[in-house]
Design a protein around this ligand. Structure first.
Ligand SMILES: [Zn+2]
Length: 437
């Protein structure tokens, strides 16, 4: 009898653990099963098409639903047979690619795991439609706007872009119950006034100028709480709340106003983590959200967890700060002065080097850099001799003990520097300047 009880207890534990998928389980499964192989920023339209062929082979429904301004195909993936309709779209801004890869991984995962009890429940309860890469022309050029140079996310009223018209049509023809608007935000966005990067930020979109909440918005706040708790396993302190100013030209607001309450997910960055890590976070967030809709756990989620997220902030953080540099600005003045210099890198594809530009000069003691170097024992010279805001962030460093004739022609060759910093990297004298964390 005792043995029978023990067996029953073990069986119970086995079934409940196989049903109870945690955020960590989702992350581990992404590690083993994701189909996206390229860094998202390197994914072109032709790469998307290859991924979609893979999804078709798995038996997923993939169809062309429209064309971009340059006549590139725009696709929609569908999975599930349930009554609750979920609509997810990514890369409306061409240089915001993370969610495109995450959507592909999510659909492949759901299709490949249809034997699992909780996935079966999802399939029965939800119909999910996803549009990966709504702006393929912008993605090709790695630019925010479409080929008309219009920001599609400011075209919800005018509807002058084919991509914007398509997004509205896909919503209007189907009237989904929930929408996920998937973007990337600046990698230097911070969680409130801290120096912590906002790796993921959420917004349960209200969709009206009067800030009136409704049932769909309340539900979305609870879903944001579910996703926050899931992601805190990996990026605690790095989750922010997006600024929720109503913008009647923006799709997130208007799709909510048209009757599909929208959740905005903005992916930022996390220093020393690659783009694929961000894909995994998105994957975990989507599955946690979808599962909570199906097992009804969203109903008991605490919306205050979402309310308590600090708002996004900017201007507190730079890519690099060189502290206490002895600045030689010989093109402007013969006098030396001491200053902190901050530089930021431009957004580029993973396989391209990102140029840096000087963004701040002076006492920067209240700011932080993702990487900081102590330059107090060095002279710092801008590569072209011109140290000013907006100039390229390429620097030559000379030990202070050296005697240098700053007026020398071709300074770099006549007096070879001890260290050189260029395009965000040390090309000479790495580790010479002490790094500060
Ligand atoms: Zn965006």
């Amino acid at each position: 009898m005792k043995f029978a009880l023990l067996i029953a207890a073990v069986l119970f534990l086995l079934t409940t653990t196989s049903l109870a998928q945690t955020a960590k389980d989702f992350a581990a499964e992404w590690d083993k099963q994701h189909i996206s192989s390229l860094p998202p920023s390197n994914v072109r339209h032709k790469d998307l098409q290859k991924y979609l062929e893979q999804l078709k082979k798995l038996g997923l429904k993939v169809e062309e639903v429209g064309r971009s301004y340059a006549n590139r195909e725009i696709y929609q993936i569908e999975w599930g047979t349930g009554a609750t309709k979920v609509f997810m779209w990514s890369q409306m801004h061409g240089d915001e690619p993370t969610a495109t890869s995450a959507l592909l991984d999510m659909f492949a995962y759901l299709q490949n795991n249809r034997g699992k009890t909780w996935v079966k429940e999802l399939e029965k309860t939800l119909t999910i439609r996803g549009v990966p890469m709504l702006n393929p022309d912008g993605a090709e050029l790695f630019q925010r706007r479409n080929l008309q140079s219009i920001d599609i996310n400011r075209d919800a009223q005018a509807l002058e872009t084919p991509e914007g018209r398509l997004l509205k049509k896909l919503r209007d023809d189907w009237s989904p119950n929930i929408g996920f608007n998937l973007h990337n935000q600046n990698s230097l966005t911070t969680v409130g006034k801290t120096d912590k990067q906002a790796t993921i930020s959420f917004l349960a979109v209200l969709g009206n100028a009067e800030n009136k909440s409704n049932e769909g918005h309340e539900r979305n706040k609870r879903i944001c709480a579910v996703m926050t708790l899931a992601l805190e396993n990996f990026i605690k302190g790095h989750i922010g709340r997006y600024d929720d100013a109503y913008n009647p030209r923006a799709f997130g607001d208007m799709i909510s106003a048209w009757g599909t309450p929208v959740i905005l997910i903005e992916t930022g960055a996390l220093h020393s983590k690659d783009e694929q890590f961000l894909v995994k976070l998105n994957f975990v967030a989507y599955l946690s959200a979808l599962k909570s809709l199906v097992d009804k756990s969203e109903r008991s989620a605490n919306p205050k967890i979402y309310d308590a997220l600090p708002f996004n902030d900017s201007g507190n953080l730079f890519n690099f700060i060189f502290r206490n540099a002895n600045v030689v600005n010989f093109a402007e003045t013969s006098e030396l002065f001491t200053a902190d210099i901050a530089i930021n890198a431009e957004r580029r594809r993973a396989n391209e080097s990102a140029p840096t530009f000087i963004r701040e000069i002076g006492d920067l003691s209240v700011f932080s850099g993702l990487e900081e170097f102590n330059a107090k024992d060095f002279y710092l010279v801008q590569k072209n001799g011109l140290l000013r805001i907006g100039a390229s962030g390429e620097f030559l460093f000379y030990k202070k003990t050296r005697k240098i004739d700053w007026t020398a022609k071709d300074l770099e060759r006549t007096f070879p520097p001890d260290a050189v910093f260029s395009n965000g990297k040390w090309t000479r004298g790495e580790k010479l300047l002490p790094k500060k964390f």
